[in-house]
Design a protein around this ligand. Structure first.
Ligand SMILES: Nc1nc2c(ncn2[C@@H]2O[C@H](COP(=O)(O)OP(=O)(O)OP(=O)(O)O)[C@@H](O)[C@H]2O)c(=O)[nH]1
Ligand SMILES: [Mg+2]
Length: 435
């Protein structure tokens, strides 16, 4: 595989903090020659102890050499494992600079891997997510997306190719050579593809929620059981719970993984008309939480109705409200009813899965595409196929030809084969040094 020859780069792949080991990565052409003044490289892919010598330093390091193109970037790659002293690592990087090896930009190693065909855009995005993941679910999601590109993408291409050829032929030679496109056959043959794009779009929308985590606000009147529910979801005793109305005043926040859902929970002050200054200040803090939440759980004790004050406060947020009946152990309640003090939250789990994942279980979203970019492109693809399959049998072949081209182009954008620099810049700006 030919690699793009570029200036050699280096970067610390581990944080610059005192630690047992630090890893410095180098990538570029002809590293054996370039690094010769510093170290004699060992045999390829065999970890060897070597002395690194520069500026009076003599550092024993474990050295690995991956000659291109069988390396992460596709170029020669050398990994130097030194003692984890940040100053030592800085000195080493500075010395590499004098050898003509410049400091890498964030994500530059992966960018080179991508340009050299060692990695796809979807894989690189999964890698960025894996490094940034904060919950078990997010790690599993990112892991499921790294590795090969989803099989349905190549299947989609296989299905589209013959129809693109037929449509082009009909456009170019139709009248003269009597080559016509059979739109009826096209529609029935591509129907499964359309279904597939819609399914993947749905999974991706759910996947995006799992990837980004959900901001969940808990609101309601004082003593409606907000802090009790907050603690139960968080799995820890974070908020004070008493039967004194107006216990919670500040906004409390906790991150947790609840039954596979990555949540950012917000407990809030109870809403009621009151003269108490501190309580009023607490209530003033609820507005911004409502604004920024993905979903607002409005807690109403079973058998009660929400006060007018609360209804008015929540009215602007109708689209993201979920009514939850608390004290389900005390009185019967319709809809989503919980008894958080007893840990009975199954109804809430079902409602959250329905609202946030379209009824899918978190596990079925493993492997789904999930970034904003991917979700948007999948939506475009699904709509593109809707348009294509709604064409009349007697439409001119230019129409299906251009819609098929469009679908193909969207697939290429999804996998990064269109090589649009802007997409790459956006991706790699989110990377860390040394990756
Ligand atoms: N039986 C029963 N008691 C509950 C339930 N939820 C909360 N409680 C009790 O109700 C009281 C108030 O609960 P909190 O969780 O502090 O209520 P809150 O909405 O946070 O109240 P404020 O912070 O004052 O706004 C406590 O004594 C809880 O133990 C429930 O589902 N069933
Ligand atoms: Mg409370």
């Amino acid at each position: 595989m030919p690699t793009l020859s570029q200036a050699p780069i280096c970067a610390p792949a581990t944080p610059l903090l005192p630690s047992a080991v630090a890893l410095v990565r180098v990538s570029g052409p002809s590293l054996a020659r370039i690094l010769a003044p510093l170290v004699v490289l060992p045999r390829p892919r065999v970890a060897s102890l070597r002395k690194l010598r520069w500026d009076g330093f003599e550092e024993r390091a474990l050295v690995l050499y991956f000659p291109g193109p069988s390396s992460y970037t596709g170029e020669d790659v050398v990994e130097l494992q030194t003692h984890g002293n940040p100053l030592l690592v800085r000195r080493l990087l500075r010395h590499l600079g004098t050898l003509g090896v410049r400091l890498a930009e964030p994500g530059e190693f992966t960018r080179r891997a991508l340009l050299n065909g060692k990695q796809g855009l979807l894989e690189a995005e999964a890698l960025r997510d894996l490094i940034a993941a904060e919950t078990d679910t997010q790690i599993r999601m990112a892991q499921a997306r790294s590795g090969a590109q989803p099989g349905w993408i190549s299947e989609a291409r296989l299905r589209l190719t013959p129809w693109m050829a037929r449509a082009e032929a009909a456009v170019d030679y139709g009248e003269d050579e009597r080559i016509y496109l059979n739109v009826k056959d096209l529609v029935s043959d591509l129907e499964p593809l359309r279904t597939r794009f819609h399914v993947e779009h749905g999974r991706a929308q759910a996947g995006r929620h799992l990837r980004d985590g959900l901001r969940l606000a808990v609101v309601g009147r004082p003593n409606s059981g907000k802090s009790t529910l907050f603690n139960a979801l968080a799995g820890e005793d974070r908020a004070i719970v008493t039967d004194v109305p107006g216990t919670t005043r500040d906004v409390l926040e906790v991150r947790c993984d609840w039954r596979g859902l990555p949540l950012r929970l917000f407990d809030t002050a109870g809403l009621r008309a009151t003269e108490d200054l501190v309580e009023r200040l607490g209530m003033a803090r609820v507005g911004p939480v409502l604004e920024s939440a993905d979903l607002v759980l409005h807690l109403i004790p079973a058998g009660e109705r929400a006060s007018e004050l609360i209804q008015a406060t929540l009215a602007p947020f109708q689209g993201k409200l979920l009514e939850v009946r608390t004290f389900a152990d005390v009185a019967k309640a319709p809809g989503v009813a919980v008894a958080a003090n007893l840990g009975d939250l199954d109804a809430l789990e079902g409602a959250l899965l329905e609202r946030l994942l379209g009824g899918l279980a978190p596990d079925t979203c493993l492997g789904a595409l999930a970034t904003d970019r991917q979700v948007e492109l999948l939506g475009d693809l699904a709509r593109q196929l809707d348009l294509l399959l709604s064409l009349n049998e007697d439409c001119p072949p230019e129409l299906p030809a251009s819609l098929l081209q469009g679908a193909w182009g969207l697939l290429s954008r999804l996998t990064g084969e269109d090589r649009v620099e802007g997409t790459l810049d956006a991706l790699f700006s989110g990377f860390c040094l040394g990756k």
